[in-house]
Design a protein. Structure first.
Length: 342
């Protein structure tokens, strides 16, 4: 099970962060790669400490933009700026330190902006990327498309004229539903590499506590899932939200106690969005055996709360060796009973 993220913190920036923000913005792309696509470095506030300091407005604004940073182990590794434009939130700019790219930091920041838009009842998150004079789109375009953003048009404007003649801005938008929708489906072969990536995350393993001996062992992972998918006593579903595989949920029979239990795993980048509660709620309408049980490390407050929201109540406690922590850990046991038994 998964709880709140204990490794990457996304927070409001402050003036002390300015040097780190500039370092991230300056290192996010190779200068030669950006030519013809983005604001010339000499014109960008975010690549110069003095200019950014002069433009800074407390608590964390530059012009009309709010500045947020992603922090990992005390170090700034990402920055995103957002502007409230009435019915939409405009994601103005996003940077991730070059050496940290490909680790889901950008995705986490975008998810936070989308959640903020949802909570503020905005209709959409909008943004712009660019197409150079030769008609080639900036390399981030497929990434945005894969995350549910679609092109709404192209234009020349003051920003593109700063970049150079013939450059166009590609305007993109993602509609934000008023509430998160999830659905469950059978596990597909193509889901397994995604599940493996989820499993390898160190923070998720620590929170779950009772995990595989070696979460990075791909052969052991494949063997484990082969057993699951061919075990008639296991019911397992893939959790999908907004077109993305976000995790899995399952019912199995505990070998030691011989009782049915539920378990779930949500990818770390999707934590804090209510997906686990929604998925487990739907799953328990499909799996109707009662009583059914759930377990969580005693300090995994978020997972315990998910179970409680789904009607489980605290039954007792036990202890067990947690592979992810290398020590004996206290766990709580919860039960969901047949309502007619109460």
């Amino acid at each position: 099970m998964a709880g709140t993220d204990s490794s990457i913190q996304i927070r409001a920036a402050n003036r002390r962060d300015i040097p780190a923000i500039v370092e991230v913005a300056s290192s996010s792309v190779d200068e030669d790669e950006d030519v013809g696509f983005g604001t010339v470095r000499s014109d960008s506030l975010f690549t110069d400490v003095n200019r950014l300091s002069a433009a800074w407005r407390e608590p964390n604004n530059v012009r009309a933009e709010e500045v947020l940073v992603a922090e990992l182990q005390g170090r700034i590794v990402g920055c995103v700026t957002v502007e409230d434009r009435g019915e939409v939130l405009e994601l103005v700019n996003i940077d991730v330190a070059r050496e940290r790219q490909g680790h889901g930091i950008g995705t986490r920041m975008v998810r936070l902006i989308e959640e903020r838009a949802r909570k503020a009842a905005k209709h959409a998150v909008t943004l712009g990327t660019s197409r150079n004079a030769a008609g080639v789109a900036w390399k981030s375009l497929p990434w945005w498309l894969s995350r549910g953003y679609h092109i709404t048009g192209e234009e020349e404007n003051d920003w593109t004229r700063l970049i150079g003649p013939g450059t166009r801005e590609i305007r993109m938008e993602k509609r934000i539903p008023s509430k998160i929708e999830v659905h469950l489906r059978d596990v597909a072969e193509t889901d397994l590499p995604i599940f493996f990536d989820f499993q390898r995350d160190a923070a998720a393993n620590y929170m779950a506590a009772f995990t595989a001996r070696d979460p990075t062992d791909k052969d052991a992972f494949a063997a484990h899932w082969n057993r699951i998918l061919h075990d008639d006593g296991v019911v397992v579903k893939t959790i999908v939200s907004d077109g993305h595989v976000v995790g899995s949920v399952a019912k199995f029979v505990d070998k030691e106690f011989g009782k049915p239990e539920v378990t779930y795993w949500i990818g770390k980048e999707y934590w804090g969005m209510g997906l686990a509660t929604s998925a487990l709620t739907w799953f328990l309408r499909y799996v109707t055996i009662r009583p059914i049980y759930g377990r969580a490390a005693k300090d995994n407050v978020a997972s315990i709360r998910v179970l409680e929201k789904c009607g489980f109540w605290m039954l007792g406690q036990s202890k067990g060796f947690a592979n992810a922590r290398g020590e004996v850990v206290e766990e709580v046991i919860l039960e969901l009973s047949d309502p007619s038994a109460n």
